[in-house]
Design a protein around this ligand. Structure first.
Ligand code: FAD
Ligand code: NAG
Ligand code: NAG
Ligand code: NAG
Ligand code: NAG
Ligand code: NAG
Ligand code: NAG
Length: 282
């Protein structure tokens, strides 16, 4: 039977980890990642990459715990950098080694992919608002500083979680802001100064930090991560879509668990396609 052609839209942590899981777990398919932005330019690159259980109001707690545990166990096993930026680079090169294709392109309408792919996986993050017309998803703007301060090797987080110092492998992330419904990707100098002052109050040695870079990301926030199948229909033609977006403030923390669930849904789509092509032949 011919291999099913799968397009994954989005090359943030969610798209890449989903593409990896699909290519690892489903042999009878080929995977292509299509995205307008790649590392280091995605929201995922801005994240501090800490595993912190965030609560999604619209998802049962046992489900969220399972996603978190699967992600934790996975990262613990490979014991790689927990920095999102490195994860992005490692995942892209891993995909290429596995024979997956990677294309830079902006998708205006998922239906564009109908002629070339059998199944589309939608991991477009905040891009979903436009792409799918999903008005439930909204941005929560986060501005952080990435600084060179290799002597900082413990993380510090204040009570409400707004001020934090997260050391990564190469730099330290200082945060932050959490601005609902703000789409601005431009760094705000006043916020940068405020973040720096707040973090120095917690860890005065940061005054000596070097090479301060400002990064802004829009958390793709939604009451519940959207992890489900949908069949798009146009002029009697069908295109199965698996959605995996809306991870908000916790995408890094659950990425492996949600990738596994998305791959399972892709498997169901493949079974349905093969069932119907079998029927067509009989
Ligand atoms: C400041 C900050 C700190 C954070 N810290 C943490 C943390 O410590 N721990 C944690 O778990 N989470 C954290 N997060 C949250 C985490 O970053 C997100 O949940 C996660 O990055 C979402 O990943 P994503 O792949 O869905 O989105 P993105 O990384 O935004 O990827 C979306 C991809 O889709 C592509 N795309 C969108 N629309 C289209 C289109 N129309 N055509 C083609 N391609 C398209 C984009 O180019 C991009 O490649 C933080 C976020 C911010 C902003
Ligand atoms: C990231 O964005 C910058 C600025 O727009 C661009 O020059 C660079 O090529 C982009 N990198 C990738 C890998 O797309
Ligand atoms: C990860 O690997 C490093 C170096 O190989 C080791 O020192 C560390 O204990 C490991 N961490 C975990 C959680 O296994
Ligand atoms: C992904 O899904 C969202 C929500 O349904 C939608 O707005 C968006 O257009 C979809 N993305 C693509 C590339 O189809
Ligand atoms: C942070 O680390 C990355 C990856 O090594 C590096 O490219 C970048 O220059 C560093 N930034 C700072 C501010 O240290
Ligand atoms: C968005 O955030 C920026 C930076 O903090 C701020 O200057 C701007 O006024 C905000 N915009 C809105 C619409 O709140
Ligand atoms: C995703 C990734 O890069 N994994 C690597 C983590 O590190 C081990 C060895 O330390 C590599 O074998 C993995 O490929």
């Amino acid at each position: 039977m011919a291999k099913q052609k799968i397009a994954v839209v989005g090359a943030g942590l969610i798209g890449l980890s989903t593409a990896v899981y699909i290519s690892e777990s489903i042999s009878k398919c080929s995977v292509t990642v299509i995205s307008d932005k790649f590392t280091p330019n995605t929201t995922s690159d801005v994240a501090a990459g800490m595993l912190i259980p965030h609560t999604y109001q619209g998802i049962p707690i046992h489900q969220q715990k399972q996603w978190f545990r699967e992600t934790f166990d996975y990262l613990f096993e490979i014991n790689n950098s927990s920095e999102a930026s490195d994860a992005g680079i490692n995942l892209v090169s891993g995909l290429k080694e596995n024979g997956c294709q990677v294309y830079a392109r902006r998708i205006e309408d998922l239906w564009e992919l109908h002629s070339k792919y059998d199944i589309v996986v939608n991991c477009s993050g905040i891009g979903s608002r436009e792409l799918m017309g999903d008005l439930e998803i909204h941005p929560v703007r986060g501005q952080v500083l990435k600084v060179d301060a290799p002597w900082v090797n413990h993380f510090i987080r204040d009570g409400d979680g707004l001020t934090y110092i997260y050391p990564g492998i190469h730099n330290v992330t200082l945060g932050g802001t959490r601005q609902k419904d703000n789409w601005s990707l431009s760094p705000d100098p006043r916020s940068s100064k405020d973040i720096f002052d707040r973090c120095c109050a917690l860890e005065p040695s940061l005054q000596r930090a070097q090479d301060i870079k400002v990064r802004v990301g829009l958390r793709p926030s939604r009451l519940a991560v959207r992890l489900q199948k949908e069949i798009l229909v146009h002029d009697g033609k069908k295109l199965p879509v698996v959605h995996n977006y809306g991870h908000g403030s916790g995408g890094f923390s659950v990425h492996r668990g949600t990738a596994k669930e998305a791959a399972r849904l892709v498997g169901e789509c493949i079974a349905a396609l093969e069932g119907s092509s079998l029927k067509a032949k009989l």
